[in-house]
Design a protein around this ligand. Structure first.
Ligand SMILES: [Zn+2]
Length: 359
């Protein structure tokens, strides 16, 4: 799930925001191709799969979602490149969200491709299986209780019940063949990638860095058009935005690279976008601090005081899932302000988190 609600400005105001999602194959040089695959709904439009093609076969970064249309589109695209699904050797997946992971699992049932995923994603995998098996409630519904958003929690529960009525949860959420530790080196034909852990969007998110070619396969860590949702994963962590901001700064310690995102067009500079995202969050932190200044406030109340989307809409004008994202994002910003000593958090006897200025 990705955030479409609180948008950092795109690099150019007037470029066509959806051209990148058009079906086809973009040749990025040296045997590397970008293949956008369709997603349901119109929020994200598509997910980019990057194919590295050599005489030995095909290695993919991210796999797309287990949908018939996505599988057909991938087959067609690989066909244009003179190969096919059986040539896939590896699926290197940036994170556990279904738009990146699940088509790999489906294809692995009949093909030889091996799946790799960041090893910090293990807890999310266990929790997803618990939810799919009906043993637990999804973490972010539970979280809404702490935010004094019980009504919203009920609405989200209703929406998610139908979404989770997945006929093949066990298939979709089977383990990868390989869990990648931070710094794992992937030796591929003519190319070496390093997996770098970038917790934030999910706890186990990784990016793949090709230092020699100056490329960053960024997954959902750095997106050119939108700010990724923070910590919307089965295992909720309070520190998701704190982690995300340091994972963004980590990108500035690498030499600048071409940005190859999972959603959106290829961009010449990762650093340029990282600076914009950091700036966006500082603005949001200042607004969130303002919203808590007359506190104590709950995350839900603070979210109600903030503007949402590029159109500056009110929280109540958003649909249920976007209200959930907005409330979670506000809580994440409040937690950064607590970590920086600008707010303090207390807990009511009912277990609700309240935020206020210190002193
Ligand atoms: Zn995604």
């Amino acid at each position: 799930m990705d955030d479409v609600i609180s948008q950092a400005p795109a690099e150019k105001a007037n470029d066509d925001r959806h051209a990148w999602a058009e079906p086809g194959v973009q040749d990025l040089g040296s045997g590397l191709y970008r293949i956008p695959l369709p997603l349901p709904g119109d929020a994200l439009t598509a997910v980019n799969v990057y194919a590295m093609v050599s005489d030995n076969g095909v290695d993919l970064i991210d796999a797309g979602m287990a949908l018939v249309q996505a599988r057909e589109r991938l087959t067609e695209a690989l066909g244009q490149l003179g190969c096919g699904l059986p040539d896939i050797r590896n699926f290197f997946i940036t994170h556990i969200h279904q738009d990146h992971y699940t088509l790999a699992v489906e294809l692995r049932t009949t093909l030889r491709g091996q799946i790799s995923l960041g090893d910090a994603e293990r807890a999310n995998m266990d929790a997803i299986r618990d939810v799919a098996a009906g043993r637990a409630e999804i973490g972010f519904i539970d979280m809404l209780g702490r935010m004094w958003a019980a009504v919203l929690a009920e609405q989200v529960r209703g929406t998610m019940t139908s979404r989770l009525a997945d006929p093949q949860p066990k298939l979709q959420w089977s383990d990868p063949d390989r869990w990648l530790p931070d710094g794992a080196v992937l030796d591929l034909p003519g190319r070496t990638l390093r997996a770098i852990h970038t917790p934030g969007h999910t706890t186990g998110h990784v990016v793949f860095h090709d230092a020699a070619a100056g490329l960053l396969f960024a997954g959902d860590h750095v997106l050119p058009h939108i700010t990724p949702s923070i910590g919307f994963q089965p295992v909720i962590t309070r520190t998701a935005l704190i982690q995300y901001l340091s994972s963004l700064r980590l990108m500035l310690t690498l030499p600048d690279t071409r940005l190859l995102p999972a959603h959106g067009p290829v961009r010449p500079s990762t650093h340029a976008r990282v600076h914009q995202l950091l700036e966006h969050h500082e603005i949001r932190l200042a607004q969130t601090l303002d919203a808590a200044a007359d506190g104590p406030v709950t995350a839900f109340a603070a979210a109600g005081a903030l503007p949402w989307t590029r159109r500056q809409r009110k929280l109540a004008e958003l649909d249920v899932m976007n209200q959930l994202l907005a409330t979670g994002e506000t809580a994440a910003h409040l937690e950064v302000l607590v970590a920086r000593g600008q707010l303090v958090r207390s807990r009511t006897p009912e277990g609700v988190d309240l935020y206020r200025l210190p002193g």
